[in-house]
Structures are given as structure tokens and as C-alpha cells.
Design a protein. Structure first.
Length: 272
């Protein structure tokens, strides 16, 4: 059973993560357990996100990656555990977190313009009944420009491709002007141009000192895109800089038989 096999591989990473404490971490999770039924989806997980870095959350399907993010955001209540955001309880810090959910099959039957979707990111600033002013439209358009969707502001969101919609959701997160960005599989099912546009934006956020955490499914691009990794398979498997925590050993522990050994060796060797 998963619960017992990986314990010895759990390492509290060295380097900068070790010097990141719950007080100065953008997201510090302790002893988090989440269940939907009887079986835990996330079990006793500790996570300490390093500020100003890009961290990939990695693990097989059903490993609890989305649940971990949702629970960190208070969307799914945990059975036990504690979440601190910049050293404070989540409730006090929500406005500093932007979240791009795993692309759901949302039916956009209700006509909604792209610019209005982005403007939703400003609701915290506006208040639900606040008046939208020219300034807000300018901010929203600027965010669309940053994701290469400036020309689509007046289109209906339902008419866009999946990749274009994903860019719009990223623009909405940008409009929030948060300090911690959580994205759930933003590259799933998008075209190469969109992937490139998204990673460029994420790197610019990092350059501006923001912290980015991404559930990521493409193991081949982990070393290229990310500073740190967090491997999970219900339990935490490993956490740390890519060079230390993304190894043949940790991949084997997280994926087991789901990845061929040759593939694991290749992935682990590919990083510089
Ligand atoms: P991942 O994102 O790593 O693929 P999830 O966090 O979505 O994994 O799911 C973890 C486990 O919890 C899976 O076994 C999944 O079937 C289960 N699960 C996820 N969401 C729900 C839900 N709303 N109700 C019941 N079970 C769920
Ligand atoms: Mg998921």
C-alpha cells in the first residue's frame, strides 16, 4: 500500500528550501490530510514553498495534486492539517493568492465576453457592486496583452479554443495582482504557442518576485521550466530543488510501475 513504501524517501530538501520557514514561506502546509470518502486523497503532507521560485507539483493521476491545491485554498476542507500563507492563516491572506483551476469542461453557454472574464480578477478590488471604471478596463486589457490575447477582448469566451481560454484564465489571475500563483495543469491540452506564452508569463512573474506553483504533468519539461519540485503520491515523496529531488529514485517512488525504468533514468539524466 502506498502509505508505507515511500517514507524513507521523503526528504526535506536541502538548499534554500531548508532555510524557508513556515513564517517566510508563501505557502506552508503541515500534516494535511484530505479524504473524500474513506480513503485519503492526500495523507499527512508537509509542504514548504520557497519564495520567488517556480515549483512543480508532480505525481501520477489521482495522486492528490489537485486536491492539495484546492485544500491549500480552502476549497476542499481537510480532515486535519494547517495551511499558512506568508506566515499567516489562509483566511487573512486570500487576496494574495491567484488560482487557475484545472481546465474544466465549463459550458460557456451564457454569453460572456473575454474582457469580462478577466475583469472577474478585479472583483476583490472592486467589491461585488463596485463600479467598473476606465482604469479597470485598462488593467484588464493590459493583462490580456500580456498573454497575447489583446485582440480577443470583445469575443465570447465560449468561442475560443481551449488554449485561448487557458490564456484568458491566466490573464484573470494576473489582474488579481497576487503574490502567490497556483495553477493546475495550465499546459494540459494547449498548443505549443500557448505553452510558450504561458511559461513566458510565469517566468516574468518570478522575475517580479512572485511565487508560482504549478501542477505539471509533462515530466520532460520539469527541469527546463522549474526551480523546485514537489513529488506526491497521496503522501509526499520528495521536495526540493530539481537537481536534488527530481531523481530516478524519487520518480520511481512516485510513479512506481507507471513509468518504465528506462524512461525514469532518461528523465532523471536529462536535467543539468
Ligand atoms: P490528481 O490531481 O493528482 O490527479 P486528485 O486530487 O484530482 O488527483 O484526486 C485524488 C483522489 O481523490 C483520486 O482518487 C480522485 O478520484 C479522488 N477525488 C478527487 N476529487 C474527488 C471528489 N470530488 N469526490 C470524490 N473523490 C474525489
Ligand atoms: Mg488534477
Amino acid at each position: 500500500m502506498i502509505m508505507t513504501q515511500t517514507v524513507e524517501l521523503v526528504r526535506d530538501a536541502g538548499g534554500d528550501i531548508a532555510s524557508t520557514s513556515p513564517e517566510n514561506s508563501p505557502l506552508a502546509i503541515r500534516g494535511l490530510t484530505v479524504t473524500y470518502g474513506e480513503k485519503p486523497a492526500v495523507f499527512s503532507v508537509d509542504m514548504t514553498v520557497e519564495p520567488g521560485k517556480m515549483t512543480a507539483i508532480i505525481g501520477p493521476n489521482g495522486a492528490g495534486k489537485s486536491t492539495l491545491l484546492k485544500s491549500a485554498l480552502g476549497i476542499v476542507p481537510p480532515v486535519s492539517g494547517r495551511v499558512q500563507v506568508f506566515g499567516r492563516p489562509l483566511e487573512a491572506m486570500r487576496a494574495r493568492i491567484a488560482y487557475v483551476p484545472q481546465r474544466a469542461s465549463i459550458d460557456w453557454d451564457f454569453p460572456t465576453r473575454v474582457i469580462d472574464v478577466v475583469m472577474m480578477g478585479l472583483y476583490r478590488e472592486l467589491g461585488l457592486l463596485g463600479r467598473i471604471r476606465g482604469h479597470h478596463r485598462t488593467v484588464a486589457r493590459d493583462c490580456l496583452d500580456r498573454v497575447g490575447m489583446g485582440d480577443f477582448a470583445d469575443r465570447q469566451i465560449g468561442q475560443l479554443s481551449g488554449g485561448q481560454q487557458q490564456r484568458v484564465f491566466l490573464a484573470r489571475a494576473l489582474a488579481q495582482d497576487a503574490d502567490l500563483y497556483l495553477l493546475d495543469e495550465p499546459f494540459a491540452g494547449v498548443d505549443a504557442a500557448t505553452e510558450k506564452a504561458i511559461i513566458t508569463v510565469l517566468k516574468s512573474l518570478r522575475a517580479a518576485g512572485k511565487t508560482v506553483v504549478v501542477v505539471h504533468h509533462d515530466l520532460a519539461t520539469v527541469a527546463e521550466y522549474f526551480d523546485n519540485v514537489f513529488l506526491i503520491n497521496t503522501r509526499k515523496v520528495a521536495e526540493g530543488p530539481v537537481a536534488e529531488a527530481f531523481t530516478a529514485e524519487t520518480l520511481q517512488a512516485a510513479y512506481g510501475g507507471r513509468l518504465a525504468t528506462a524512461q525514469i533514468d532518461q528523465l532523471a539524466a536529462a536535467k543539468v
